[in-house]
Design a protein. Structure first.
Length: 167
């Protein structure tokens, strides 16, 4: 494929980090793969973060993306949970950066709007649209669907930037 860009989308979490890879060629998107990295819940924080980092390095080696996109952390009322999510997000950003990939960040509302059309969509709506936009992804749900949505959002943002430059 000429001018095809492989995009790795990441939905970071300390218990489960979803990943999804799409190929963007012009306006066409194709599903490459998706999955979840789930570190052992009983492991100390440093070991869980290392498991996330190593798992993402394996995904990057297996799928050779050109760019990565990560969902931004949303702030919760529980500061400790937000901080832990921030740690997972850091691991999700460092792995592609260490592989030399540019890493973009998108707010959850922006991702949902890009895929569903509204920033207030729930997980079921996101999964439903992923199944329609990427039929070969099968019934990707939860963290996988969210990660594929992040990759699609980045593909749309890339295309919009290209169109703006051409205008």
């Amino acid at each position: 494929m000429t001018n095809a860009i492989r995009i790795l989308g990441l939905d970071p979490g300390l218990r489960r980090t979803g990943w999804g890879v799409v190929v963007c060629e012009g306006a066409r998107l194709s599903h490459v793969g998706h999955g979840v990295i789930a570190p052992p819940v009983e492991a100390p924080l440093a070991e869980r973060l290392l498991a996330l980092y190593q798992g993402l390095r394996e995904v990057i080696a297996a799928h050779a993306p050109h760019e990565a996109a990560v969902e931004e952390t949303f702030v919760t009322a529980n500061g400790a949970s937000t901080l832990k999510l921030g740690h997972a997000r850091a691991a999700a950003m460092i792995a592609p950066a260490a592989a030399g990939l540019p890493v973009a960040e998108y707010a959850a509302k922006v991702v949902k709007k890009a895929v569903v059309g509204t920033g207030r969509a729930d997980k079921d709506q996101v999964a439903f649209m992923i199944a329609r936009l990427l039929p070969t992804a099968g019934a990707a749900s939860g963290d996988c669907a969210d990660a594929l949505a992040v990759a699609i959002c980045h593909a749309h943002a890339r295309r919009a930037r290209r169109l703006e430059r051409a205008a």
